[in-house]
Design a protein around this ligand. Structure first.
Ligand SMILES: [Zn+2]
Length: 282
């Protein structure tokens, strides 16, 4: 006979195991996935004194649509870097990977009722280390990726700009290669992945049509610092600076046309003002 002391936690666990019921309209959760303590801002063609804030935010985003869920970027610090018992985590040595995070992504998702295995789609703005840290958690999702970034992610030798062990499980994930300028994830034009190559060959941004917040565009790394946008600076480390310039022009036109707000993901000051999960935008 199962004692009550065991049965009640089991019952609770099974109730907690179900993903939340789909909402009636689109939701966007902004999840704190860490901070980048940029050691040298010169690759951005900006001096520290030209920047209001030199640190960068590194958020992850969960998009919850009535028809399913999409994870957009998975942060810099893998959950496996956290020690049992809590406390912030980063990398050792931190010279190349200058990121810290205060809590594992899986625990932030659990707080709003989701397990990584509940998530239906995964899309990364691009393959760089600070965007892919927890991708292995979402190997059961359908991965929406460009062939160009996919090729770099599984190239041998690997790119020094990423950490292949943090996305290796995606190799066998169900994969949809994005070949057009726009990919309408749920088929109702409310969640659209848009090609914006240059920062990486397959770099992309995410357009969201939120009912109350209005249209929002998540930047990926189209810009890092808001000063790049204001002063028209293109980092020296882009995969293709001409492509970046063209993508920026196209996206700025798109923002004008749609009236969407641009959320620069790495903009520390702007990100600090956003509501964070468990709160959400709708
Ligand atoms: Zn980045």
């Amino acid at each position: 006979m199962v004692s009550r002391r065991i049965a009640i936690p089991l019952l609770l666990a099974s109730i907690l195991a179900a993903a939340p019921a789909p909402p009636k309209s689109l939701r966007l959760y902004v999840i704190d996935c860490g901070t980048l303590d940029i050691p040298d801002t010169s690759p951005y063609q900006l001096k520290k004194e030209e920047l209001a804030e030199y640190r960068m935010s590194a958020p992850c985003f969960l998009i919850v649509h009535p028809k399913g869920t999409l994870m957009w970027d998975t942060g810099p610090v893998p959950d496996g870097n956290f020690k049992p018992g809590g406390g912030p985590a980063g990398f050792a040595p931190a010279t190349m990977r200058y990121a810290t995070s205060t809590r594992p992504l899986a625990s932030r998702l659990a707080e709003i009722g989701y397990k990584p295995s509940d998530i239906q789609y995964l899309a990364l703005s691009h393959f760089h280390w600070d965007h892919i840290g927890n991708s292995n958690l979402f190997a059961g999702a359908t991965w929406l990726v460009t062939k160009a970034d996919h090729n770099i992610m599984f190239a041998d030798p690997p790119s020094p700009r990423t950490e292949p062990q943090n996305f290796s499980a995606l190799k066998t994930s169900k994969t949809v290669y994005l070949t057009r300028d726009e990919y309408d994830v749920f088929g109702d034009k409310t969640v659209i992945i848009k090609a914006a190559p240059g920062h990486s060959p397959g770099h992309q941004v995410l357009f969201l049509k939120l009912r109350n917040t209005g249209p929002v565009l998540l930047s990926g790394d189209l810009y890092h610092y808001p000063e790049e946008r204001k002063l028209h600076k293109i980092p020296t480390t882009e995969f293709n600076a001409d492509q970046t310039a063209a993508s920026r022009a196209a996206i700025e036109g798109f923002l004008k046309k749609t009236g969407a707000q641009l959320w620069i993901q790495h903009d520390y000051t702007a990100n600090a003002k956003l509501k964070k999960s468990p709160e959400y935008y709708d």
